[in-house]
Every structure is written in C-alpha cells, then in structure tokens.
Ligand binder design. Sequence first.
Ligand SMILES: [Zn+2]
Ligand SMILES: [Zn+2]
Length: 348
Amino acid sequence: MRKLPVFLVIDVSESVAGPLQQSITQGMKTIVSGLRSDPQALESVHMSVIVFAGKAQVLVSMVELANFYLPSLPVGGGTSVNAALTTLMNEIDTHVVKGSNTQRSDWKPMVFLITDGVPTDRSTDAIDRWKAEYASKTTLVSVSIGGGADHSLLRQLSDDIVVLANATDDTLVKFFQWISQSVSIQSNAIANRKSTGGVDLTKNLPTGAVSLAKDEVGGVPQSVDDRLAIFVARCQRTESPYLMRFERQGPAGDNARYALRQTLPLNDDYFELCDENATGSASISTSQLEGFPGCPHCGTHIAMVECTCRKMHCIDGPGMATCPWCGNSQEYVAAKKGSARDFSRGLG
Ligand SMILES: [Zn+2]
Ligand SMILES: [Zn+2]
C-alpha cells in the first residue's frame, strides 16, 4: 500500500503562544476530522507533525490517519527554519519509502510549513540541502501567518507562499479547511490515477483574507523579533516557567514602546525547544515597557524581578527571596520611582 505522506511543520515560538496557537490546534483538528470523512484520504494519508522554535521536535511521528492523535502544542524560544527543515528531512528519510526494484515508492509528500515568524538564525545549510535533494521530490507550501514572516527565506523553499494577513478565527478556519481539501484532492487524484506527482494546491485557495505572496517581501531575518518583547521567568513558589508578552506600539527603534498583552504559564518542555546557543544578550529597558504583569502560577502581582544571574522570577513583595533558577537568596527592594534598568528579552 503506497501512502500519501503529509507533514505539518508548525512554528511554536513565543510569538505564536496564546490565542493564535489555540486556533492552530483547532485548525489541525479540523484537518484530521475532514480527512477522516474522506474514504480515499483515510486509505492513503499518513500524517506527521513537526514543531519548531529555536529547536525542532517530532510531535507526532508518521502515522496513518485512523490512528492520528494530536497532543497539545508546546511553546519554545526562537524561530529556526533550519532546525525545522533538518528534522523534516530526517523524517522524510526515515518514513517515506523510496522506489526500488522490489518495492514501489510512496506518493510525493505534501509539506505545509506554518510560521508567523521572522527567523532568528541565519544559517542556510539546511536550506541548501533542501533545495538540492528534497525540493523537487515534495510539494511544499509555506504559510505566513500575519504576513510578517521572512518571505525571501520561505521562497527559497518553494514558490508557493500563502499569506494569511489577518489571522482571525474565521480566516484560520477557512485556511485549515483548504489544507484538508488539498490533501483530499490529492489522495483522490492518486486513487483515480490522474496524478502521480503534486497538484497545484494554490489554485483552490479560499478567496478573501488569504493571498499568495508575489512581491511581498515580508519580514527580514534578525536576531530578535522586534515586534514583540517577550520575557520568560520562573515562579518562585512553583518553579514553573511563564511567559510575559509585550507588543510594540508604534514604530521600531531604540525608544520603541511595548505594552503588556499577555502572561502565559509554560511547562518545562519550553526549554527543550529553545536554542541554548542563541545569544541571550538582547535586552530592553523597563522604561520602554507599559503594564505590570502578575505571575500566572502563584498570582503574585510582582512577576518581573531579575536575579543577579540575569534571569527573572516572581516575588511576593520586597524582602528576601530565593531565585528559582540559580538558588541564590537575596534581598529585593522596591525600585525607585523613575529608575529604569535593562531586562534580557526572549528571541520570539
Ligand atoms: Zn509565581
Ligand atoms: Zn538567579
């Protein structure tokens, strides 16, 4: 039985965390339930889910549709398309059957690479390898959520870049239905022997909010995603990590202002998806931040104090406290009015 391999490669960096990630999770469930109702798809489609931030991870190893189960998506720091591609190529090598004298090959794999991100690494090794060895043997569609992704980089992977300019629930639903239909069309084409290769997926795009990137440049690679100021701290009481997300108000620059949008509890799996070699030198002054986050684990109102180890945690109030990162105890005093200091920020 020749299978139709479908890879969903999903950006789970900090910038996606929160409501957008919930919509993506919902969308993936839409894909699976849509395909399960199609007998041809159910027979041939095998799905795999790869997630990436600063590192990549196989979240669901290639499995037939009937046995597919979607675990909750993790969150990580950074956006490495290289890490994503490297993991994708390994999974293709492992799970996609190549043709030989004794066996027929699988059908041409379909890859949907979904990112909102501006890549935070610049290496092109994996991209070069992809172009040389994999690009012609797969159908890859890149999806730029919010239109801020680096299109020049995505264009190196394939010509097909779909832009979701406004990632509202409604457009996301339509978009995931489109993925589901595209896979359906492909599996039926295979069954009817109309096609052995890829179909032109972008022909059937839903009209409206979804568009094809032609000359749109999108974002540019940078070491930090400067649309956001993201901080990761640990709760002093539970030691669990959490994320504080500030969004830029107005233009970028040294004095750009960021307003608090969200605090989000994280699990320790956050650290498994961070690139520990990424530079942690990016910082931002507290004078650029508006809003005071509380800790989502223990509920204290002071969630942004920095230990001498340069990591952040929450405290109950002024006085002695032990850093959940390094274990050092020190005394915290209330900041003087008008004083500012620099905090290390996440890569986004
Ligand atoms: Zn706390
Ligand atoms: Zn510390």
